[in-house]
Design a protein around this ligand. Structure first.
Ligand SMILES: NC(=O)c1ccc[n+]([C@@H]2O[C@H](COP(=O)([O-])OP(=O)(O)OC[C@H]3O[C@@H](n4cnc5c(N)ncnc54)[C@H](OP(=O)(O)O)[C@@H]3O)[C@@H](O)[C@H]2O)c1
Length: 252
């Protein structure tokens, strides 16, 4: 039985990954802070589920998680936990932003490296770092820190993919770059989507197809793929103004 590790499995995209990977017969290791949500998830699934409660904004808990998983043979790692902070950079709360950077980048980085070492030793495995279409853009006024945090995820994944290829490694890494997805993300970031979001079901189904095909950058939905292509054709100052307008709409 293959094993998948999923961070941020208590809601949204991570929770949907748990359902779709269980349906594919994976044994699951799921993490999040809300233990009762993880217990509910376990009760809903017909495959073995191990629960590890961890606050990934704490570096110590990230390293403890890696230590706990030392003996595990993980076939697929969905490095997904994350959240956003929205608003003008002059007004956003710096503690919230630091916590966001800790989860979106520091925890993502520590876990990426730790699990990659395990997989490299065992000879194979796949890692999906959950970034965002925000990470493919040059910047995101009014959600500046979040866009920058996701650009980090995209950049790191792209670079590591090249290093692994040059080493002849059998481990594959990808970055998932969705546009809006209907999850609890908005409530946490205190925004409303300017565009209609896709369902977590669609996002995850397309992500799994992308992983199976060893795609480096996975952008779910045709509309978002077109938007990403379009963004390459638009001059930088115009693109930044368009992004600022979309983000401002989200603030309501
Ligand atoms: N929804 C979108 O429109 C969208 C678009 C592009 C990318 N993304 C990315 O997709 C990923 C999943 O987000 P989502 O949309 O599914 O949002 P969500 O429903 O709010 O889920 C976020 C998950 O991250 C976990 N998490 C947050 N802070 C954590 C912490 N300190 N320690 C451990 N776990 C933590 C949450 O678990 P607990 O609260 O239980 O700890 C939850 O399971 C994020 O990385 C997000 O940036 C989302």
């Amino acid at each position: 039985m293959k094993t998948a590790l999923i961070t941020g499995a208590t809601s949204g995209i991570g929770n949907e990954f748990a359902h779709q990977l269980a349906a594919k017969g994976y044994r699951l290791i799921v993490t999040g802070r809300r233990a009762e949500r993880l217990e509910q998830l376990k009760a809903q699934l017909d495959v073995p589920v191990e629960i590890i409660v961890a606050d990934l904004s704490k570096k110590k808990e990230c390293f403890a998680l890696i230590k706990k998983l030392e003996e595990e043979d993980i076939d697929l790692f969905i490095n997904n936990a994350g959240f956003g902070v929205a608003g003008s950079f002059l007004e956003t709360d710096v503690d919230k932003e630091i916590s966001m950077i800790k989860v979106n980048d520091i925890a993502m980085h520590i876990l990426f490296k730790g699990i990659l070492h395990n997989m490299q030793e065992s000879g194979s495995g796949k890692i999906l770092n959950v970034a965002s279409s925000a990470g493919l853009l040059p910047g995101g006024p009014y959600m500046a820190g979040y866009y920058a945090s996701k650009a980090y995820v995209v950049s790191l994944t792209r670079a590591v993919a090249v290093e692994l290829k040059q080493k002849g490694s059998q481990v594959r890494v990808s970055a998932l770059c969705p546009g809006p997805v209907d999850t609890e993300f908005n409530d946490r970031a205190d925004v409303v989507f300017a565009l209609k979001g896709i369902s977590p079901k669609q996002c995850v189904a397309e992500a799994i197809k992308g992983i199976e095909r060893n795609k480096l950058i996975i952008v779910p939905s045709l509309r978002m793929k077109l938007a990403c292509t379009f963004s390459h054709l638009v001059p930088y100052p115009i693109l930044m103004k368009l992004t600022a307008r979309q983000q401002k709409k989200k603030l309501g």
